[in-house]
Write a protein that binds this ligand. Structure first.
Ligand code: FE2
Ligand code: FE2
Length: 171
């Protein structure tokens, strides 16, 4: 039986992937009309997030751990965030990607340190997603912008992601 903190970590990661799926789905929806050239990239990231979700989902199922009660909230939050950023422009999509993935990766780092000591199967699940998230972060960095006008988007995305992570450790 995995330890309480281990369960909590995978539960939050699982919920986070649900949020990421929703972000990319709504951005893709808008991109199909206005930024057709990035649809393929969004599709690829979406496919990764679905794979990540399945990885954590299988871990939860095989360890008989419940998912986060706020899964629907992650989904809704992701759709809203994706929709608004996509409407703000092509660069805003990438600024959002970079902000989300940076927050996520920061989180993964301490999780990996902890899991290495406490649960190898959970550790392996988190390791398996890391390279994809780094790739997303890098794409966001390359295609986004550090311009002042994107700073508010960056901050809103960063703090809402942090808030969602915090909230999910409680639910
Ligand atoms: Fe992911
Ligand atoms: Fe990602």
């Amino acid at each position: 039986m995995p330890k309480k903190e281990v369960k909590r970590i995978i539960r939050v990661d699982h919920a986070g992937e649900r949020g990421a799926i929703s972000i990319y789905k709504s951005q893709r929806f808008i991109a199909r009309f206005f930024y057709k050239d990035i649809v393929a990239q969004l599709d690829e990231m979406l496919a990764h997030e679905k794979k990540h979700f399945d990885t954590f989902n299988s871990w939860l199922v095989s360890n008989q751990v419940r998912h986060c009660y706020a899964l629907w909230l992650w989904s809704l939050g992701g759709y809203v965030l994706g929709f608004i950023t996509a409407l703000l422009g092509r660069k805003a999509i990438w600024v959002c990607t970079e902000a989300v993935e940076t927050t996520v990766l920061h989180h993964l780092d301490w999780q990996l340190d902890f899991l290495e000591q406490h649960d190898l199967s959970a550790h392996e699940a988190v390791v398996s997603i890391k390279a994809d998230e780094e790739q997303h972060q890098n794409l966001g960095f390359l295609n986004g912008s550090n311009g002042m006008r994107y700073l508010p988007i960056q901050l809103v995305v960063k703090y809402s992601t942090r808030f969602a992570i915090w909230l999910s450790t409680k639910l």
